[in-house]
Ligand binder design. Sequence first.
Ligand code: CA
Length: 230
Amino acid sequence: MTDLLVVEDDDQLRKALVLTLRSRGYVVHTAATGAAAIERVRSARLDVVVLDLGLPDMDGVRVIERVRETSGVPIVVLSARRDQSDKVTALDAGADDYLTKPFGIEELLARLRAAARRSGAPVDAGVVRTPDFEVDLGRKKVLSRTGAEIHLTPTEWGVLEVLVRAGGLLVPGTDLLREVWGPQYETQTNYLRVYLAQLRQKLEPDQSHPRYLITAPGLGYRFDPSGTGG
Ligand code: CA
């Protein structure tokens, strides 16, 4: 199941989107304001956000920026704005795709499938599989290729979970520290080195050449479920 958040203040359009998307098998959450959208991203497990840029309480671009402070969830923008600079601004703020209204529902569905694929959205019950192990986000377990449980400490799990849920996107070190340890730990980058080394020892076939837990020097970390390290 893919969980979508539809952020749209136009009641009719929102209801039409919800009906169509539910009929296509998506689990659909809704928000009619930017503030509600930001809250929803923090509290719900989402695979894709569909975001209208023209919202009553704040500009959609600001919503993208706020969401990106805590989440790498793919964002597909819906906008009546046809100006190229609006599109560039939204993409620069962290949107993944941009559809101009009016759009065809099939086109939206295709963009959603692409966004969910790019995010590595789990296809069944929150299990993310790699060639060497699988991460079961629902049961908070990691299993090896042979099905044996790989035991992680709660902190190791916390780090892995944030990276896996980011769906392949880079997670800045400060975000990882804030989410796992708390806001007062944002500068403790040595924690990350220690815990990433521990996770690699448990999960990587060759910990000196990480394929799954990738470091972007000076920027942060990224989980690559394909194991190509690319
Ligand atoms: Ca609107």
